[in-house]
Design a protein around this ligand. Structure first.
Ligand code: SF4
Length: 218
């Protein structure tokens, strides 16, 4: 039987955050999250039973269609996508896009890093949460770290995550350190002020804004 996943939504838009901000992307938002951040802006994603399932092949076909219309990558997000085994979805996307469009689309993942890694992913955005820190393997593998800022404690946590990621890189002999982003919590005036001040004084960090929300696009 074709594997299925609970889906909140899938849509073609612009990436609004981090290193790929402003680029055309197809989003697959999986339902289900047990991380339970108090400030979560997608709480409706938490209960996967409330969302219909779709086959990975259908999702892969939607992705191929978006690729034909200009999407340069697909973002698997949530919820917390790693609550699911992402291997069947990633395989279906690679196979379908390379068959229909002659080249496979890069796959990006947005995760808190709490659960075990699965799937073949080209770009990992790790958004670690202070109350449930990420697994070491995700700190080692990710291409960018994005910490949401609401208060001073979040800045200390961000530095701790950057430190752990750079220690991991030294130990693995790799010279690739993740890109570092601070993102103010949505509508958090304090978070905005703290993040801007911190980035001004600490050049290794870059400010990430949720530009899709400011622009009013999906
Ligand atoms: S990990 Fe993401 S989806 Fe889950 S509770 Fe936190 S912010 Fe919400």
């Amino acid at each position: 039987m074709e594997p299925t996943l609970p889906i909140m939504e899938s849509f073609h838009s612009l990436q609004g955050e981090g290193a790929h901000n402003g680029k055309s992307a197809f989003f697959i938002r999986l339902a289900g999250c047990n991380v339970a951040c108090s400030w979560c802006d997608t709480k409706e994603s938490w209960l996967e039973q409330q969302h219909a399932k779709q086959s990975v092949l259908t999702l892969a076909k939607y992705t191929a269609e978006a690729q034909r219309e200009g999407a340069s990558f697909v973002v698997i997000t949530g919820g917390e996508p790693l609550q699911h085994d992402l291997n069947p979805l990633c395989k279906a996307i690679k196979d379908t896009t390379s068959t229909i469009n002659s080249h496979s689309i890069p796959i990006h993942l947005e995760t808190s890093g709490v659960y075990k890694m699965s799937g073949t992913i080209n770009w990992i955005t790790l958004s670690p949460k202070i109350h449930l820190p990420p697994r070491k393997e995700l700190l080692k593998k990710c291409q960018e770290i994005k910490v949401i800022i609401h208060n001073e404690e979040d800045l200390l946590f961000a530095e701790e995550m950057a430190h752990q990621a750079s220690e991991k890189e030294k130990n693995s002999g790799s010279d690739q350190e993740p890109m570092l982003y601070l993102q103010p919590g949505w509508k958090s005036e304090k978070g905005k002020t703290l993040a801007i001040d911190y980035v001004k004084k600490n050049s290794k960090w870059t400010l990430s804004m949720q530009t899709h929300k400011w622009l009013g696009v999906a």
